[in-house]
Design a protein around this ligand. Structure first.
Ligand SMILES: Cc1cc2nc3c(=O)[nH]c(=O)nc-3n(C[C@H](O)[C@H](O)[C@H](O)COP(=O)(O)OP(=O)(O)OC[C@H]3O[C@@H](n4cnc5c(N)ncnc54)[C@H](O)[C@@H]3O)c2cc1C
Length: 406
């Protein structure tokens, strides 16, 4: 038996760990899979945030064998309401409602708490023989037939491919000279978990307010996760407020329809931006997740897009290796890039358009968008098409997103 070169993944968060597991399951023990990330030293993760995981990505997690680990703490989104009003309006009239099943008994999305999902991925990867290294990638030198990856602990790994899953500020992307196209929004997303007196009944709410969307996303128990968009300066001011003043700002937007409310953790503001890398690949390098693209959270699709990269790259690599082809070869990486880059640009365009249309106080624009929402609401086939699109069940789907093992 010949010893195969490793595949090294830089970054052990959602994208990196899901890819490692998919590769391990598709390739078996013959190809060593290494994930390097200093954050792996801080397990279990204490990330208080939650993420909407759409149906296609839930199928991926199910196929990878991690969904069972998080299912008990995941909250299905059973329906969704969309409103459009001014901050000071006494009521928030509903313009659009969605009931949330893509197939009978299969909700279009679940809210999953980040800490549970990261731990489930890391434990499963470890149990299946992925090598987790709690250290940073510091260098990558391409040489004939491979890439020598250097780690901060002083070791080196001879790899056929290095994958950058190192997030929005990817050093590997920068080092490879890959430029990005995009901009910063004058908006931040305030994230906080809120406890409430009454049950949310699995309902997600998207309130379009003049500063941007205010999303109430249901968690298990009488809790919801908020993604609350404000202008950057306002967001910085709001998260710095004393508890009582913060509560007043929160209540003005949240309302009292779920009874008394209370912030359960410290609000944090994330400056929002958008970019797509000009290339998703370089010599012996592939970018996945936020290293390749960051989009506005208006539709809760950022990680879902990253998981599509994971599913497409894993499938491309596994197909190549089974044919005896070196997975770091340019035509293998080109196949991955062709598969993912256009879809990413299309999602980026859609989320930018939504943000321009809805984070806006123009009375004219407001009438136009409200007529549009009302029309969609009266057309069940169109609504259905939107739900399937949002659930990631359209286009050329990689096998893992269809729930098929590699
Ligand atoms: C307010 C807000 C709300 C959101 N809500 C949603 C949602 O509901 N649904 C959704 O799909 N998406 C959502 N997103 C987007 C989602 O959070 C991101 O897309 C996702 O976290 C990206 O995961 P990732 O694994 O690609 O990168 P990251 O989570 O950024 O992880 C990168 C990892 O790389 C490691 N790393 C960095 N440099 C190195 C190095 N040199 N060596 C080794 N490791 C390194 C880091 O330690 C880190 O662990 C939201 C984003 C925001 C800002």
């Amino acid at each position: 038996m010949t010893t195969q070169q490793s595949i090294v993944i830089c970054g052990g968060a959602f994208a990196g760990l899901a890819l490692a597991l998919a590769l391990r399951q598709g390739l078996g023990a013959g190809v060593p899979i290494v994930v390097a990330d200093p954050a792996l030293a801080n397990r279990p993760s204490r990330d208080p945030r939650a993420t909407a995981i759409v149906a296609a990505c839930r199928r991926l997690f199910e196929t990878l064998g991690v969904w069972n680990e998080v299912a008990g703490t995941a909250q299905p989104i059973l329906d969704m309401v969309v409103t459009d009003s001014k901050l000071e309006d006494a009521t928030r009239p509903t313009f659009l409602t969605f009931t949330g099943e893509v197939e009978p008994g299969e909700p279009f999305a679940h809210m999953v708490e980040n800490r549970y999902l990261i731990e489930a991925l890391a434990s499963r990867a470890e149990a299946e023989g992925v090598e987790l290294r709690a250290t940073a990638v510091t260098g990558n030198d391409v040489r004939p037939g491979g890439v020598m990856v250097s780690l901060a602990d002083g070791s080196t790994i001879d790899a056929s491919l290095l994958v950058a899953a190192d997030g929005a500020r990817s050093r590997l992307r920068e080092r490879a000279g890959i430029a990005t196209h995009g901009w910063e929004y004058d908006q931040s997303g305030i994230v906080v978990t809120v406890g409430h007196e009454r049950d949310h009944q699995g309902r997600a709410e998207e309130h379009f307010l003049p500063a941007g969307p205010f999303a109430i996303l249901p968690l298990t128990g009488r809790r919801s996760s908020l993604v609350w968009t404000e202008k950057r300066a306002d967001a910085a001011r709001i998260v710095a407020l004393a508890e009582e003043e913060f509560h007043a700002e929160l209540e003005q937007r949240f309302g009292l329809h779920l009874g008394e409310i209370k912030a359960l953790d410290k609000p944090r503001a994330f400056p929002l931006h958008y970019f797509v890398a000009r290339s998703f690949i370089a010599e012996r390098l592939a970018l996945v997740g936020d290293a390749a693209h960051v989009i506005h959270p208006i539709a809760g699709q950022g990680l879902n897009l990253g998981l599509k990269d994971v599913a497409a790259l894993a499938e491309t690599i596994v197909d190549a290796v089974r044919l005896g082809i070196d997975p770091g070869q340019p035509d293998v990486l080109e196949r991955y890039q062709r598969w993912r880059r256009f879809d990413t640009m299309a999602m980026g365009f859609a989320t930018n358009t939504l943000n321009v249309l809805f984070s806006n106080e123009s009375a004219l624009l407001r009438s136009v968008r409200d007529i549009g929402l009302g029309l969609v609401d009266r057309m069940p086939p169109l609504k259905n098409a939107f739900i399937r699109q949002a659930a990631g069940l359209t286009g050329e789907m990689p096998r893992l997103l269809k729930g098929e093992a590699l």
